[in-house]
Design a protein around this ligand. Structure first.
Ligand SMILES: [Zn+2]
Ligand SMILES: [Zn+2]
Length: 237
């Protein structure tokens, strides 16, 4: 498989997904992933787990039959200042953190305000990935966003679920094309994430791949192809 890393996945603990951690691990291994990441929704998501869930990730294995398991979270951005819904004392114990804007947790500002917010989030030393910056319900100034991601060494995500038919996010395809073109121009790497809420979707990047192909996106700027590339962004892989 070309893309051997999937760091954006959910489980029944998140309240609106349908597989267990163990089912996810088995599916990731069966797909041939080399690194599987478990990134549950943080507590402000309705139905999400209590903070203690994230304090106890240590009980989960870090490896399955040679496949590396990373334990992180998808934190909610709670205000336009860029505050997250987990304290630093927990964030620092994660292998990685995805930070995302979600409708139940954050009221959109203007495109300039939303962009300033994500740039502030990139300055949070615990955040390595900005999740699905592709939703027209949170308009963004993509030129500034991509330039900041490149400068700060944070990965923008290409979210496979945003690109699927019936996604609740708006304008996904158009927005992803827009920032991919800018990433290509500025040589800013991206990470693909399935955002799986059901184990069989783990490692399926078919929608993302189609858009990458449409904009002729260079493979060297996709970190999912190599553990070495991922290491540049995520400590301890
Ligand atoms: Zn999300
Ligand atoms: Zn997600």
């Amino acid at each position: 498989m070309k893309y051997i890393i999937d760091l954006h996945t959910h489980s029944i603990a998140g309240g609106h997904a349908y597989s267990t951690f163990q089912e996810n691990v088995a599916a990731a291994y069966a797909k041939g992933l080399v690194v599987y990441g478990f990134s549950e929704h943080a507590p402000a998501m309705p139905g999400g787990p209590h903070m203690f869930f994230f304090g106890n990730l240590k009980v989960l294995p870090g490896e399955f039959q040679g496949m590396r398991i990373l334990k992180g979270c998808e934190a909610n951005i709670m205000d336009l200042e860029g505050h997250l819904d987990l304290p630093d004392v927990l964030l620092t114990r994660m292998d990685y953190v995805i930070a995302s804007m979600h409708i139940p947790c954050l009221k959109s500002g203007t495109a300039a305000e939303n962009t300033d917010c994500l740039i502030r989030v990139m300055d949070n030393p615990y955040v390595q990935i900005i999740g699905h910056p592709d939703d027209s319900r949170y308009p963004l100034e993509y030129d500034r966003l991509v330039a900041a991601a490149k400068e700060k060494g944070v990965l923008l995500e290409v979210n496979n679920t945003s690109l699927s038919a019936g996604s609740v996010r708006e304008g996904g395809r158009e927005n992803v094309e827009t920032y991919l073109k800018l990433c290509k121009e500025m040589k800013a790497p991206v990470i693909l994430g399935t955002d799986s809420h059901y184990a069989p979707h783990i490692g399926d990047f078919s929608n993302a791949w189609e858009v990458l192909k449409a904009v002729d996106f260079p493979e060297e700027l996709v970190v999912n192809t190599s553990v070495e590339k991922l290491r540049g962004y995520i400590r301890g892989v």
